[in-house]
Each structure stands twice: as structure tokens, then as C-alpha cells.
Design a protein around this ligand. Structure first.
Ligand code: ZN
Length: 247
């Protein structure tokens, strides 16, 4: 599903548009002249079609990137299979989630809690992805043709959570993972690394950005005037409250 000149939605599960496996988050494909990037990997069952989309967009000699917003299985569970299917895939995640993804640490990634809650089927296993490497706050991924992504450290939903800010000739976008959704909603969960002070600081930081599109990990997307969603979250924080939480 094409969203802008440079962005397509290529994966989406039951908390979205039912394009791919029900467990998948939104998976976005960003294309430049030098290569292409997937934002998030889905839970794993859709790795084949996602790999084909990435390879086609990057071209035979183009750079191939997989940028993970965080380690939860609906976002990162497909990383190992994508790394197997896509030669030379550059897999990145924020620390310390990169280590949990590399080793398949289901407690760090809260997969154990997700299974207990029925979010993931009892037989689901998170496949370790040793190819993942850390990406620092502020790091740039240049896809060529004026299309560049910048990592923005945004802990609070989970440790190591990153958003990715896209600057492209067609406009600016924020891939916000599970940090902020349309209407300024958030995802604060009863998990070991869901942290209120970090979350508030991350939302205040995001409110400084000027964006056209807000492209979260689930639910609706917003293709214009995206800054209003970031300001909505900031305005609730300014009243000493937390924005409404969804998953
Ligand atoms: Zn999450």
C-alpha cells in the first residue's frame, strides 16, 4: 500500500490493516536511490513476502536495511528470518534491546509475558538474530536521493525504543513504533521496562519535531499535519497527566 512517494506499508496485522500475518505490527518500506529500508520486521510468519519487497525496492546492488523500533516480538520477531533471506541485510536496533534480539532473550523482550497474556500463541518462539547491531541516537541512514532516516532514542514503552525520523523530498515523517500513535495516544504497559519518566521525556522530545506524516507501529496512520499528534501528547503531559494508553 503506497503512502507517499518514498514510503509503502508492506506489512500490517490484526491491530492494523490485515495485510499480512495477524501478529504483525505495521511494517514500512522506505526507498531511496541508493537502497531501501524496512522499518520493523513483523512477528516472523511474513518474512518471505517482506524480503521480496525489500529486495525489489533496493535493486540488485542496493543497500538493504532493517531498522527495528524495539524488541517486542510483533516488531522484531521476523528479523532472524529476514536476515537469512536478504543477503547483506544491515539489521539495527537500540541498546540494550539489540542484545536481547541477538540472543532471543524472551524475558528481556517480554515474550514470556505476551504468551501468558494470550497475545502470542503458546508455541511462539522468538528466533535469535545474531546479525543485529546497535544504532545510536542521532545516527543517520542515508538511502540516497535526499532520502535519509535518523534514529531518535525514545525509551518509555520499552528499553532501547527508537523512532526513525525521515527527511525526504516528498516530506518529513516519523516512524514512531509503539511510542506515540494518532491522537497523541501512547502504549504504557505493565512490563519490566515500561517506564513513565522516560516516556514523558521521550514525548517531550518528539514534540520538538516538525513532521508531515505520523506512521506508528499499529492502528491508524496520518499522512499530513502529523505534528498535531505529537503536540497532543505534549499538552497532556503539560497538565501533569499521561496520554491515553493503547496497544
Ligand atoms: Zn511494543
Amino acid at each position: 500500500m503506497r503512502l507517499t512517494r518514498h514510503i509503502a506499508l508492506v506489512g500490517s496485522g490484526a491491530a492494523g490493516f490485515d495485510l499480512t500475518d495477524p501478529l504483525d505490527c505495521h511494517v514500512y518500506l522506505v526507498r531511496g536511490t541508493r537502497g531501501a529500508a524496512l522499518i520493523d520486521a513483523g512477528a516472523g510468519a511474513s518474512a518471505g513476502p517482506l524480503a521480496r519487497r525489500l529486495l525489489a525496492a533496493a535493486g540488485p546492488a542496493g543497500d538493504r536495511h532493517l531498522l527495528l523500533t524495539h524488541g517486542h516480538a510483533d516488531h522484531a520477531g521476523g528479523a532472524a528470518e529476514l536476515a537469512r533471506l536478504v543477503p547483506g541485510l544491515d539489521v539495527r536496533a537500540g541498546a540494550p534491546a539489540d542484545e536481547w534480539i541477538a540472543s532471543g532473550a524472551e524475558e528481556g523482550l517480554s515474550v514470556d509475558r505476551g504468551k501468558a497474556a494470550g497475545v502470542y500463541p503458546p508455541g511462539y518462539t522468538f528466533r535469535p538474530c545474531p546479525a543485529v547491531r546497535p544504532i545510536a541516537d542521532g545516527a543517520l541512514v542515508d538511502l540516497g536521493g535526499g532520502v535519509a532516516l535518523r534514529a531518535v532514542a525514545t525509551p518509555g514503552h520499552a528499553d532501547g525504543h527508537l523512532c526513525f525520523f525521515l527527511d525526504a523530498p516528498g516530506g518529513r515523517a516519523l516512524f514512531s513504533g509503539d511510542c506515540v500513535f494518532t491522537g497523541g495516544r501512547i502504549s504504557l504497559q505493565n512490563l519490566h521496562d515500561s517506564r513513565v519518566p522516560d516516556y514523558a521525556a521521550s514525548l517531550a522530545r518528539l514534540a520538538e519535531l516538525e513532521i508531515d506524516a505520523l506512521l506508528p507501529g499499529h492502528h491508524e496512520v496520518s499522512l499530513a499535519r502529523g505534528t498535531r499528534h505529537l503536540l497532543a501528547a505534549r499538552d497532556v503531559l503539560a497538565r501533569g497527566l499521561l496520554p491515553g494508553s493503547i496497544t
